[in-house]
Design a protein around this ligand. Structure first.
Ligand code: CTP
Length: 400
């Protein structure tokens, strides 16, 4: 009964799927949750507040004031009260407004004041859902740390068929239950994560690097923090933001800087996941002035090796610490990965192959195999980097 006593704000907006909100209320309450409904004026056209307040045992909140007695509903208090907010169904209009902070009703002010995690379950016609405006708004909301419960494919009220149906109430409840179940499983753990590429400077305007986007490492940091861990994220130059307050981010540029920070942070941690695509080599010389083009000359660049962060941590790791590396391979994948696991004294290595079209740099998906030092090999199907992060964390830090 993980939902026992949990305080949930259910935001309902003006979609035909609002009738499913009654089932949602019932399912949440049956599991022991306390539910406060906040509904938009359009939502009330689809389901009556009487139904909802009968189910929740609480007056439904819709307006800022109750006209007959002047009672003022405080969205700030609601934001502090809740353990979680769920907006289901969420229309394209509400998604657009909350993504842009347009606070013109009680539900949206509550969303903007929310201190707890927010889950958004869209419901709309397939074309509205697929429209770049809606997709951009959802991406923006996700980038602010909100969770999307993707709509299902199926028969829509418009009589069309496609992606846009609000996910079924039972599935939504399961997603919320598993969120709470995961939340505290890594509490009191301290985890170091390296992410992104490194830049190795050649002259004031040039550097050597690689295509790493940092997405996998950042997803790992978010998942560990959500499960209760304190995370130190050492990141090379990337375009990504961190959201969770339990993530302490240290930005670095070169492999040497990343090595220095990793060595200084590692001793106090329970585990390190080394996801960064560290440049193996750096220019032997840094040119103070910009190198000039010379058409009559073939330039030869001298490179020297960078420190190997994984190998350095492998040397100093204690018996209690877990060390996990990554291997991105193009050939002889399994034997190369096993070789790195041994050479760097890792406990696990996560293998992705560039032969898999859904894996690798810049992508939003990944396909991994986790190899343990004891020889156990676990294969996973193609998943989003976020789901892959969940699998990695569960496999290496929370084995059943
Ligand atoms: N790694 C590291 N420091 C380096 C190079 C790699 O910490 N200087 C880590 C990576 O973060 C990864 C693992 O070691 O977790 C394997 O990285 P990879 O680049 O695949 O291995 P290399 O040892 O560099 O081998 P190669 O480039 O020859 O495949």
């Amino acid at each position: 009964m993980i939902l026992q006593g949990k305080k949930i704000i259910l935001g309902i907006t003006g979609s035909i799927a609002a009738y499913k909100a009654a089932y949602l209320c019932r399912a949440l309450i049956k599991k022991g949750a306390e539910v406060q409904v906040v509904i938009t004026p359009a939502g009330k056209e689809f389901i009556t507040p009487v139904t909802l307040s009968a189910l929740t045992g609480k007056p439904v909140i819709s307006e800022f004031f109750t006209a007959n007695d002047g009672t003022w509903h405080s969205h700030v208090d609601l934001g502090l009260w809740a353990d979680l907010m769920l907006i289901a169904p969420a229309t394209a209009a509400t998604i657009g407004k909350i993504a842009n902070g347009i606070a013109d009703n009680m539900l949206i002010t509550t969303f903007l004041s929310m201190k707890a995690p927010v889950f958004i379950a869209p419901a709309m016609d397939l074309d509205m859902y697929a429209h770049p405006a809606t997709q951009d708004n959802l991406e923006r909301l996700k980038s602010y740390g909100n969770y999307l419960i993707e709509p299902a494919e199926g028969f829509l009220a418009s009589k069309l068929e496609g992606k846009g149906r609000m996910e079924e109430p039972d599935t939504i409840v399961r997603i919320i239950e598993s969120f709470f179940e995961r939340q505290e499983t890594l509490s009191k753990k301290k985890i170091l994560i390296t992410a992104g590429p490194t830049y190795e400077k050649l002259d004031p305007v040039r550097y050597i690097s690689n295509y790493s986007s940092g997405k996998m490492g950042f997803a790992l940091a978010e998942v560990c923090a959500e499960r209760g861990a304190e995370v130190i994220l050492i990141s090379g130059p990337v375009q990504l933001k961190t959201h969770h307050p339990r993530i302490r981010r240290i930005d670095v540029e070169s492999a040497t800087e990343m090595h220095r920070e990793a060595l200084s942070c590692f001793p106090g941690t329970d585990a390190a996941i080394l996801c960064a695509a560290v440049a193996d080599y750096k220019p032997a010389l840094f040119f103070e002035n910009k190198l000039k083009r010379n058409d009559n000359e073939t330039r030869v660049l001298d490179l020297v090796t960078n420190p190997d962060i994984a190998a350095s941590l492998g040397e100093i790791k204690s018996k209690k610490q877990i060390l996990c590396g990554f291997a991105l391979e193009t050939d002889n994948e399994l034997s190369n990965a096993k070789g790195k696991l041994k050479k760097k004294n890792l406990d696990f290595i996560v293998l992705n192959s560039l032969k898999d079209k859904d894996a690798g740099f810049q992508k939003d998906t990944n396909k991994i195999t986790v190899i343990a030092a004891d020889g156990e090999i676990t294969d996973f199907p193609v998943k989003s980097k976020r789901e892959v992060a969940e699998d990695i964390v569960t496999t290496i830090l929370q084995p059943k």
